[in-house]
Design a protein around this ligand. Structure first.
Ligand code: AMP
Length: 282
């Protein structure tokens, strides 16, 4: 991968990277479209990164189907589909890893200790191997995108980070590889996540500015949606994932819930500012 990328760079081609864990869906392919607009060679990595899974999480059962992913990636316009092996990525357990800092300990980081150290470490390795000019991430994993941008800034990495909008099912459920685990009752309950976000955003539009009130409004909808266990529902700042008392149009309503045995996350920007556009930073 490294020498292929080097050759492309030498030929003057801009390289775009779309990191994924496979089980591709239209959300991943929307990232490819964004990468295509900004790069000449679009590389998609498929790697289920053990470092970002806790001991009791779903690493073993995470969906893997490289043949299907290859067909999807080809149809989606990927130039290079790169699926490194576990031994290739981690010939031995890494000694040096990335510390995500305070923002990495909140929300997902609080529920999944070590998760973002695993994410940032693998992303930095992918950047090291591919050396992309631009890398595209989904806003669906809002906190991840914040931390990747922060890593790029703090470590002066020569890559532009693009964060692309969330692709959803018709009923609002954010596409996710983990949706495949949902049985029909869980699938119905899962639609409550985006309904809860919509209720919070509607409260904001109606003039509510208290973070607690907006979160409470979303929580009520979520808890009414069926059998699910709420991990968190809260409003945070867009650049630091800091909990807020008062929100503005850039604030992000984030939530996580367990439906059946499956953990789902979603978020929405409260104001009209960001949803729908692509935010570039780096
Ligand atoms: P994953 O394979 O779940 O690790 O996701 C790989 C990339 O796709 C990450 O940058 C995710 O944020 C992004 N992604 C996942 N689901 C969606 C979605 N529904 N819409 C847009 N991007 C997504």
């Amino acid at each position: 991968m490294s020498s292929h990328a080097r050759e492309a760079r030498r030929a003057g081609r801009r390289i775009g990277l779309v990191p994924t864990m496979g089980a591709l869906h239209a959300g991943h392919l929307a990232l490819v479209t964004e990468a295509r607009r900004r790069a000449d060679l679009v590389v998609m990595s498929v790697f289920v990164n053990p470092l970002q899974f806790g001991p009791s999480e779903d690493f073993a059962r995470y969906p893997r189907d490289l043949a299907r992913d290859t067909a999807e990636a080809r149809a989606g316009g990927v130039d290079v589909l790169w699926a490194p092996s576990l031994e290739g990525m981690y010939p031995e357990p890494p000694q040096v890893t990335v510390l995500p800092g305070a923002a990495g300990g909140r929300l997902e980081g609080a529920v999944r200790p070590g998760h973002f150290a695993g994410v940032l470490t693998v992303v930095l390795k992918l950047f090291g191997i591919v050396a992309p000019d631009v890398a595209v991430f989904g806003r669906k994993d809002f906190q991840q995108a914040v931390l990747v941008r922060r890593m790029v800034r703090d470590l002066n990495l020569p890559v532009d980070i693009v964060v692309a909008p969330t692709v959803r099912e018709p009923d609002g459920l954010a596409l996710s590889s983990r949706n495949a685990f949902l049985d029909p009752p869980s699938r119905r309950a899962a639609a409550g996540l985006s309904r809860a976000l919509a209720a919070g955003a509607a409260a904001y539009r109606a003039g509510e500015r208290s973070a607690a009130a907006i979160a409470e409004c979303a929580r009520r909808v979520l808890e009414g949606a069926g059998t699910l266990a709420v991990d968190y529902v809260t409003c945070v700042g867009p650049d630091d994932v800091e909990p807020l008392e008062t929100v503005d149009e850039c604030s992000v309503l984030v939530l996580a819930a367990r439906v059946g045995g499956t953990r789902l996350i979603d978020n929405v920007v409260l104001g009209p500012g960001l949803e729908g556009d692509v935010r570039v930073a780096g």
